[in-house]
Design a protein around this ligand. Structure first.
Ligand SMILES: NC(=O)C1=CN([C@@H]2O[C@H](COP(=O)(O)OP(=O)(O)OC[C@H]3O[C@@H](n4cnc5c(N)ncnc54)[C@H](O)[C@@H]3O)[C@@H](O)[C@H]2O)[C@@H](O)CC1
Ligand SMILES: Nc1ncnc2c1ncn2[C@@H]1O[C@H](COP(=O)(O)OP(=O)(O)O)[C@@H](O)[C@H]1O
Ligand SMILES: [K+]
Length: 501
């Protein structure tokens, strides 16, 4: 069976269930999908766990358990040693899962009777997309016993205990070595910590018509150039630097200039035609000594800033990296309110006590602002959303974007990009070594460069996050933020090749 992960679309658990129902109504029974799913799991088990002395299939009460019964039968037919353990009693099974159980024609034992042995490979078919609350104590115990012995786990659809929508652990979860999912990945496969719990993921199509699956995939996709490449300007021969936009980056005082300089350099490497570092007078000398291609201009006060904007020469700005939190920063943001702008770091913290003041500035217009909070900054600006444990990162980012009338780049290993109109992307190309000092300043510069080139805020943000991840992959482990900047052009080259396809 062909398996690939190249499709960027994701199905939430609710969308997957609706797509199942529509497929069933179209004449392809769920039992047929379940059989394909179970066969794909068995094939994966035989391919990757040939050393297994025994496959122990743990089946839950729903269709995830049904996939497990089909897999167990197929493995047995292939000559493997298989035992099945079941939650509850077989008579309680319904629908397609009941049919799969009847076909398996095999004795099932209870969860509590299973004692893991070295040599066992676990096929985890307890809960998948239908997990709706924390796992019960008998499943927590089972997860602990399996972990203690160190048996490898092959998860069916999702590791049991991982919430398919949020990627959060509901009480406890299996750490899988591999996960086979069906039709499309769920957000919980891409969001943290679910992504880690899944291990290596493979995708089995199982015969659901693509048109049905795609029609239901409305909430969120992976951040992939296909989502926004139409908005990227592929440079033509007749371009000139002014056409490619002029980015302004605001520097902090004399002892805090490094962050903004990295932002400015990143902006230039990412394709802004011109970048100017706007410097307070006492930092002008240090900035001018350190920069060459990036221009330095003294901006002494609010009056200077307003005149600069009024000149019409600036296309976009980045404010925040190393600027210093205070009234000065807030007044600069007010003076720039209607402009395409990235607000990062101190520019987010400066509004922690008065977030509504910031949100009001952007109300009523096309989103022009990009806010780039990491976890801590997000909690400062949206404390209620950060504290709400009933929602995950996607919903938090979505509500934050609506409230702020701005594009939110909610950073982390699983950066979520959210637009006020509800569009959502999850980024997955960022290597762990991007977690290094100054990396966020570089991201802000790339996003600023995209805004300066006239790319709409959501696409500008999403492309910046993707380019940042690509540059990180090219720079490699051990990179510094300066290395990251040097690798932006190669990442950009990859992106432009994509765009020309
Ligand atoms: N299109 C697809 O993707 C297909 C998916 N299939 C499988 O169907 C699964 C979804 O099936 P279901 O919707 O039946 O969901 P699950 O089998 O994941 O679990 C739902 C069952 O578990 C119970 N439950 C949920 N959380 C619980 C908890 N914390 N403690 C105790 N009981 C709990 C529910 O009451 C329900 O009985 C997928 O994960 C996949 O494995 C296939 O069988 C068919 C096609
Ligand atoms: N574990 C990780 N894996 C991948 N990317 C990460 C990880 N942790 C952080 N990042 C990324 O690195 C950048 C760090 O930004 P930030 O927290 O603002 O750091 P700094 O203030 O040091 O520049 C963000 O783009 C974030 O998404
Ligand atoms: K599972």
């Amino acid at each position: 069976m062909k398996m690939s992960l190249t499709d960027p679309f994701l199905l939430t658990p609710a969308e997957a269930a609706a797509a199942d129902r529509e497929t069933d109504a179209s004449g392809i029974p769920i039992f047929h999908l379940m059989q394909q799913a179970g066969f794909a799991v068995a094939a994966e088990a035989l391919r990757h766990f040939a050393q297994a002395e025994r496959f122990v299939v743990l089946c839950g009460p729903g269709n995830n358990g049904g996939d497990g019964f089909v897999a167990a039968s197929a493995l047995r037919r292939a000559g493997a040693n298989v035992s099945i353990h079941l939650a509850g009693r077989p008579e309680e099974l319904t629908g397609a899962a009941r049919l799969a159980w009847l076909e398996a024609q095999t004795p099932a034992q209870s969860f509590s009777s299973y004692q893991p042995h070295p040599g066992d490979v676990i096929i985890d078919a307890i809960f998948g997309a239908g997990l709706s609350r924390d796992v019960p104590p008998e499943v927590t115990d089972l997860i602990t016993r399996v972990r203690e012995v160190g048996c490898p786990v092959l998860a069916v659809d999702l590791p049991s205990g991982i919430d398919g929508l949020t990627g959060q652990v509901r009480g406890a979860a299996f750490q899988a070595q591999r996960t086979v999912t069906f039709v499309a990945r769920k957000p919980g496969h891409v969001l943290m910590p679910g992504r880690i719990y899944c291990g290596e993921i493979s995708l089995a199509p199982i015969g659901m018509p693509t048109r049905i699956a795609r029609r239901h995939a409305r909430t969120v996709s992976v951040n992939d150039p296909r989502a926004w490449k139409a908005a990227i300007n592929v440079q033509q021969g007749d371009t000139h630097k002014y056409k490619r936009g002029h980015l302004a980056v605001f520097s902090g005082g004399p002892s805090h200039t490094g962050a903004a300089r990295m932002t400015a350099s990143a902006g230039l490497c990412a394709g802004a035609g011109l970048v100017t570092l706007a410097s307070p007078p006492d930092a002008t000398l240090v900035n001018a000594c350190a920069m060459t291609a990036v221009m330095v201009r003294e901006i002494a006060d609010l009056q200077d800033l307003k005149m600069w904007w009024a000149s019409g020469k600036i296309s976009a700005a980045v404010i925040g990296p190393g600027f210093g939190v205070g009234e000065g920063l807030r007044s600069y943001v007010h003076a720039s309110a209607a402009r395409p702008m990235v607000l990062d770091a101190d520019a987010i913290t400066a509004f922690a006590e008065r977030p509504d003041e910031l949100f009001a500035l952007a109300a009523g217009s096309e989103p022009r602002q990009i806010l780039t909070p990491h976890e801590g900054e997000f909690a400062r600006l949206f404390p209620d959303l950060a504290a709400d444990k009933t929602i995950g990162k996607l919903e938090r980012a979505k509500r934050a974007a609506e409230r702020a009338h701005a594009v939110i780049v909610y950073k982390g290993a699983d950066t979520v990009i959210a637009a006020p109109d509800g569009r959502l992307l999850i980024n997955e190309n960022a290597p762990a070594w991007l977690a290094t000092a100054g990396s966020g300043d570089v991201l802000a510069g790339i996003a600023g460069a995209n805004l300066a080139q006239g790319i709409p805020a959501f696409e500008a943000a999403a492309a910046a996050v993707w380019l940042h991840g690509e540059a990180g992959n090219k720079a490699g482990v051990g990179m510094t933020a300066e290395d990251l900047i040097r690798h932006i052009p190669a990442a950009l080259e990859d992106l432009l090749s994509w765009c020309r396809l």
